[in-house]
Design a protein around this ligand. Structure first.
Ligand SMILES: NC(=O)CC[C@H](N)C(=O)O
Length: 354
């Protein structure tokens, strides 16, 4: 069956549709450059509502396993690939990628030159797209408020470690919680809509999670978040990093096209050390806007100079635009989670930092 991906400016790409699509499916079209990691990408809630184009030409060859899910179900609206393997070659695979996507009714298009689509996004910028059995233009409606669909409204508890960390959930990746538990933390994940629970739990530290969409979707929570940040040692990851910037009065802006892949070089501004990171974001902190805040840039992106991390000069608040928990991608930045946990003093935050 033929199917099409059509971008907002009218560029249309014909391929093989996963089924007889009755209704067009829309989403923001983004590209991911990693050679592996499709399972983590498809289930990462930060991709909520997006159509993901994989630039690597062969996707799916190691299938889907039970260990690498970032959430319980696929979060993307659609998938575009050049070739999707029918044969699964991995001892842990329980289902093929095609069967997994079909099971969850996620439309996918194959036999498309995904690098051509990527070139178009890189020159015209990220845009909406439609997957349909004919070439149909997407509506120009940008998705908004995806965090409200991505977060878990129920509080959950994980691990039994000594340090108690509250993860504020904007659509968290499981691997953030897994890393914290592995590093001997006890983790309570709370919805970002229940911030007052932080004081009831009175943890040793806070992690602000990743999440989909525009960080300004959380504007009405910023004042309360700033109070929490000033009271507890905190680490912000991706969306959480952007939220820390906004809470302290800085601004965020949308990149022309995002960073999504497993090989993004980041520089530690103080030491000059470079490490390779896993990334997935459309938005960045506007560096100039930091001038009027207390926050300092701790990491910068080697490719485009964008802000990759922030530090508070006197409080234990740090953040990363990249993903220190990796999944998918290199684990070069895992030390940031260690640093966060090590720096947490033994006394509870409120008393120490108020
Ligand atoms: N991975 C994330 O947390 C993404 C943050 C935000 N949604 C962005 O696209 O920039």
């Amino acid at each position: 069956m033929q199917g099409f991906l059509t971008l907002q400016e009218g560029q249309s790409y014909q391929g093989e549709a996963s089924s007889d699509w009755q209704k067009p499916v829309e989403g923001e079209v983004v590209f991911f450059t990693g050679m592996t990691g499709y399972q983590e990408v498809l289930t990462d809630p930060s991709y909520k509502g997006q159509i993901v184009v994989f630039t690597y030409p062969l996707i799916g060859n190691y299938g889907i396993n039970e260990d690498d899910f970032e959430s319980e179900e696929p979060q993307v609206n659609g998938v575009v690939m050049l070739q999707c393997a029918d044969t699964v070659s991995h001892y842990q695979a329980t289902i093929s990628l095609k069967d997994y996507l079909k099971k969850w009714n996620v439309p996918f298009l194959t036999d498309v030159d995904t690098r051509e689509i990527t070139k178009s996004i890189r020159s015209e910028g990220t845009c909406q797209g439609a997957l349909a059995k004919e070439s149909v233009l997407p509506s120009d409606k940008e998705l908004m408020g995806q965090i409200y669909q991505a977060y878990n409204p129920i509080t959950t508890c994980h691990g039994e470690g000594k340090k108690h960390i509250v993860v504020i959930d904007f659509g968290y990746k499981s691997s953030i919680v897994e890393q914290l538990v592995e590093k001997e933390a006890k983790v309570t994940v709370i919805p970002f809509t229940n911030l007052s629970d932080v004081y009831k739990l009175n943890p040793d530290g806070i992690v602000l999670s990743n999440g989909p969409g525009d960080p300004k979707d959380a504007t009405k929570y910023l004042a309360e978040i700033k109070e929490i940040l000033e009271a507890y040692p905190s680490l912000g990851i991706c969306f959480g990093h952007q939220i820390i910037a906004l809470a302290f009065g800085a601004d965020t802006k949308k990149l022309s096209f995002g960073h999504r892949g497993a090989n993004h070089p980041v520089k530690d501004v103080q030491s000059g050390r470079i490490f390779i990171t896993s990334q997935n974001h459309n938005y960045v902190v506007d560096e100039e806007s930091l001038n009027d805040t207390v926050l300092e840039v701790s990491f910068s992106n080697v490719n485009d100079g964008s802000v990759e991390g922030l530090l508070h000069p006197s409080k234990p608040i740090l953040s990363a635009q990249f993903h220190p928990e990796a999944n998918p991608g290199p684990e070069d930045a895992l030390w940031l989670i260690d640093e966060f946990l090590t720096d947490i003093p033994s006394k509870k935050g409120v008393q120490v930092y108020a």
